[in-house]
Write a protein that binds this ligand. Structure first.
Ligand code: IMP
Ligand code: MG
Length: 197
């Protein structure tokens, strides 16, 4: 068994993981609220939840268990071309859906909306498959960053436009397993902050 005091074990979370933006308790409470709302809204026609991998996996897992309806689940994996921390809006479908969307009530489950370009691409792509309805549930929306108009039926939290990790969100595939959402503060940012008066 690993001992907490093991000097060979790296500190967790490491220093580049900054303060919490949304804590685990707030996530739990809000996800339960969203689930209750979706349960009410979709009582007559249970939705097909479409999770956008990989970021939405943790949220989708908790959200789906807060919905008391016979939901179906499917996943897509997309990758956006661009730098590590910014999207270009050009999206590549890495894994397509298995389900046929015709006549389904589709609820897209997204981790975070930054520029909104990924979602607006996805919306066009999914609409073309003629679902009965298409709505979006986004856990996080970055304040004032959207470059396109988005209709988001459900929003978990609106957060400042910093890069964040945890609760499914990564940087280079890491930190998805943090229980809360944290600001990501890589060493250069921290040094700059340390130098400032
Ligand atoms: P958008 O196309 O600019 O809205 O970016 C959306 C996608 O970029 C999300 O689905 C995430 O995968 C990723 N992303 C945007 N902001 C963050 C962040 O702060 N942390 C981790 N991933 C992010
Ligand atoms: Mg990502």
């Amino acid at each position: 068994m690993l001992r907490t005091a093991d000097p060979l074990r790296a500190p967790w979370p490491p220093p580049e993981v900054g303060p919490e933006v949304v804590g685990a308790d707030d996530l739990r409470t809000r996800v339960a609220e969203l689930g209750a709302e979706i349960t009410r809204d979709y009582a007559a026609h249970p939705p097909l939840l479409v999770g956008v991998l990989k970021g939405a996996m943790v949220f989708m897992s908790d959200l789906s268990r807060s919905i008391d309806l016979a939901v179906d689940m499917d996943f897509m994996a997309v990758s956006s071309y661009g730098s590590a921390t910014q999207t270009s809006g050009v999206v590549r479908i890495v894994k397509d859906l298995d389900a046929d969307l015709a006549a389904r009530h589709v609820l897209v489950v997204e981790d975070i909306i930054d520029s909104g370009l990924t979602l607006s691409y996805l919306r066009r792509y999914l609409s073309a498959r003629r679902p009965a309805s298409l709505e979006v549930c986004a856990l996080l929306v970055k304040e004032g960053e959207q470059r396109v108009a988005l209709e988001l039926r459900y929003i978990g939290f609106t957060i400042p436009p910093d890069f964040v990790v945890g609760y499914g969100l990564d940087v280079g595939e890491r930190y998805r397993n943090l229980r809360a959402v944290h600001v990501y503060a890589p060493p250069t940012t921290r040094q700059e902050e340390d130098r400032s008066p």
